[in-house]
Ligand binder design. Structure first.
Ligand code: HEC
Length: 217
């Protein structure tokens, strides 16, 4: 917590909680509907399963189509946007709508994992990216969140109520290692809340699972 700069704000008009993109229900269906006609089970770019997508190397860019953590360096994302630097926009003559492009971009930026929770694992690092636990729980009015970071990162925490509205937001820079953050909800009614954390390290974005915390007054 040393040296961290805190911004804490309360939203009166509640924006929606951030959620992590799920590959099998949000990304693969887009490929099935719009890409498999030409990128089925073939060599080069083959988009019929998670493993095939991750193994795809296009002949134009000559690199893996998906670069986990960076949509801007991923040929797959570049090619579904207007005016790619090489070749034509995908799918040819039939562009995806912006929502689908954004979902695919978010999935890549979150680490391009197959399951929504695998994003927390960074193998080979002394510390994982993880939201660990909170104590005490239940709590009133404050609870301490424990989390860890493999690298220095700009971290944002969202606290949401059960309707999915953001009630508190904290952000700041943290060193790598295990860290703590105290969350206060004294002005809120008793009930279940969720905490999510998003960390920006270099050009990578990681998002945690939602952790449930219980305020009991
Ligand atoms: C009508 C056939 C067709 C459809 C549908 C199609 N593509 Fe393609 N795709 C091509 C062809 C042909 C190429 C190679 C030539 C080009 O890019 O202009 C290509 C190339 C690519 C590349 C190659 C980049 C590289 O490095 O070589 C990517 C990535 C790609 N497509 C992604 C997609 C995605 C994602 C979709 C669906 C959203 C899609 N394509 C839909 C025909 C198609």
């Amino acid at each position: 917590m040393k040296g961290a700069l805190w911004i804490c704000s309360l939203f009166m008009t509640a924006p929606l909680c951030m959620s992590q993109v799920d590959y099998s229900t949000q990304v693969q269906p887009v490929f099935n509907a719009s890409c498999l006609g030409c990128h089925g089970n073939t060599s080069g770019v083959s988009l019929n399963s998670y493993a095939k997508v991750m193994a795809s190397v296009g002949s134009q860019f000559g690199t893996a189509a998906v670069q986990p953590g960076s949509k801007e360096s991923s040929p797959l994302w570049i090619k579904i946007n207007p005016n790619p630097p090489i070749g034509v926009r995908m799918p040819p003559n039939n562009p995806l709508d912006q929502t689908k492009i954004d979902i695919i971009g978010q999935w890549i930026d979150e680490g391009a994992s197959e399951s929504a929770t695998a994003v927390e694992d960074l193998s080979g690092q002394p510390f994982r990216f993880a939201l660990i636990d909170n104590y005490p729980n239940p709590f009133n009015p404050a609870t301490t969140i424990r989390f860890s970071l493999p690298d220095e990162a700009f971290v944002t925490f969202q606290v949401c109520d059960i309707r999915g509205a953001v009630v508190n937001l904290y952000s700041g820079y943290f060193q790598s290692g295990e860290q703590v953050l105290t969350i206060r909800l004294g002005d809120r009614p008793s009930g279940l809340y969720t905490v999510r954390m998003q960390a920006l390290a270099g050009n990578k974005t990681f998002r945690s699972r939602a952790m449930k915390i219980l305020l009991l007054k």
